[in-house]
Design a protein around this ligand. Structure first.
Ligand SMILES: NC(=O)C1=CN([C@@H]2O[C@H](COP(=O)(O)OP(=O)(O)OC[C@H]3O[C@@H](n4cnc5c(N)ncnc54)[C@H](OP(=O)(O)O)[C@@H]3O)[C@@H](O)[C@H]2O)C=CC1
Ligand SMILES: O=C1OC[C@@H](O)[C@H](O)[C@H]1O
Length: 368
């Protein structure tokens, strides 16, 4: 809903007059009535078709690109359906249940010459883009450590119960795939993505996971990542940077949600630090702190224009990639999505979290 509402906002309000979006079809696998109600509730202008199956939607010749926003368990099957029908895809995070599924999606998109992107909206926030540029321009020196915390502080039993997709293993639930991916996003976009492509190397990983007593999905996961960076010419030891990615449903990264508890993200370099406040998935303020008084501390605000949610920026990226004939986005290349999925595979292995065989499967088509 938030995504579609953002699609309908005027791109000029965010200086994006070079692209336009049109919502031409909505599908619900439950009923056509649900799709009709979605169109009305969100004020989607006519003509917009309502379908009672995903198969009908992907066969609609007016559809250029499909936004897949089903539970994680269903992404692999749903995205394959879209790609096999010859359409481009923007698929919600986590891309799939495991890296093997993501690899197949990327191979399929490449073979069919179709655009495919994991909808990690945070990467396309102007704040994220600017933070990456600051790092690449050397503003905080060499970045050696990033800590990121995406934790909610819920009464888990009351808020999520046992069947909600957040905690339901049948829907690939758990905080790692749902929220931990944002902590990993910050670790990767600061320690990995900012390096030249030929220097980006997968990290080694150690982690701990706590299962939710009622379902076995993880309610808390903490990951330490060790990224090989370069081997300096002036010393014998290879260099590394460290990432700490945290997620927890029961304790909060920011208990009062006003940014008063400190930064949820800290990007630490040899010349200073960048701190990001608020929800790691929807960042609106950062602070840059030069080391030992070497300059002014600056706070930079990034309000979201036109009372939006902030999902239009990823949609704008999709539109530009399609316009420019690209198959993948520079902001989150397929290779990086795959490495992140491999990290999550390893973390689940170390934590002993497996999902039902059916949703881990790479077989397509498969009735879930
Ligand atoms: N970027 C962001 O800020 C956010 C991203 N997300 C991501 O979006 C995706 C969906 O999350 P959310 O909207 O909360 O999920 P929901 O549980 O609300 O499900 C979304 C839709 O998927 C279909 N669906 C739900 N359950 C099942 C099922 N058991 N089997 C088949 N289809 C099902 C339904 O559509 P229908 O029956 O009509 O076909 C449902 O309306 C996830 O990947 C999540 O991580 C979620 C929230 C915020
Ligand atoms: O992706 C997400 O970001 C926002 C959260 O509220 C939501 O649970 C999660 O799926």
């Amino acid at each position: 809903m938030a995504f579609v509402r953002d699609l309908l906002r005027d791109p000029k309000a965010r200086d994006a007059a070079d692209i336009a979006h049109q919502v031409v079809a909505v599908a619900s696998s439950s009923s056509k009535d649900k799709a009709d109600k979605f169109i009305t509730a969100n004020g989607i202008p006519a003509p917009c078709a309502a379908y009672a199956t995903y198969e009908e939607l992907v066969a609609d010749p007016n559809v250029d690109v499909v936004y897949v926003a089903t539970p994680h368990s269903h992404h692999f099957q749903n995205v394959m359906l879209v790609l096999e029908a010859g359409k481009n895809v923007l698929c919600e995070k986590a891309f799939t249940v495991n890296a093997a599924q993501t690899k197949i999606l990327c191979e399929t998109a490449r073979k069919k010459n179709l655009f495919l992107m994991e909808a990690v909206w945070t990467r396309y926030f102007p704040l994220s883009v600017q933070v990456r540029q600051l790092i690449q321009n050397g503003e905080i020196g060499e970045v050696l450590r990033t800590t990121a915390d995406t934790s909610f502080g819920d009464d888990v039993e009351e808020r999520w119960g046992t069947t909600h997709r957040m905690v339901n293993p049948d829907l690939a639930g758990g905080c790692l795939l749902d929220l931990g991916i944002y902590s990993l996003t910050w670790v990767f976009q600061t320690l990995y993505h900012t390096l030249p492509k030929d220097q980006r190397k997968a990290p080694t990983v150690v982690s701990q996971m706590t299962p939710y007593h009622a379902t076995g999905a993880d309610e808390s996961t903490t990951i330490l990542l060790n990224f090989p960076t370069s081997t300096p010419s002036n010393g014998p030891h290879p260099k590394h940077s460290h990432g700490v990615a945290m997620t927890n449903l029961r304790v909060a990264a920011d208990p009062d949600e006003k940014g008063t508890t400190g930064a949820n993200i800290r990007i630490q370099g040899t010349k200073g630090e960048i701190q990001v406040f608020g929800n790691p998935f929807r960042p609106m303020r950062y602070r840059i702190i030069p080391k030992k008084g070497a300059g002014e501390v600056r706070d930079v605000e990034f309000p979201i224009p036109s009372e939006g949610h902030g999902m239009f920026w990823e949609a704008d990226e999709v539109a530009r990639c399609l316009r420019d004939g690209k198959l993948e986005s520079e902001g989150l290349p397929w290779e990086e999505s795959i490495v992140i999925m491999e990290v999550m595979d390893e973390v689940r292995k170390q934590g002993g979290l497996t999902y039902p065989q059916k949703i881990e499967s790479t077989e397509y088509p498969l009735q879930l």
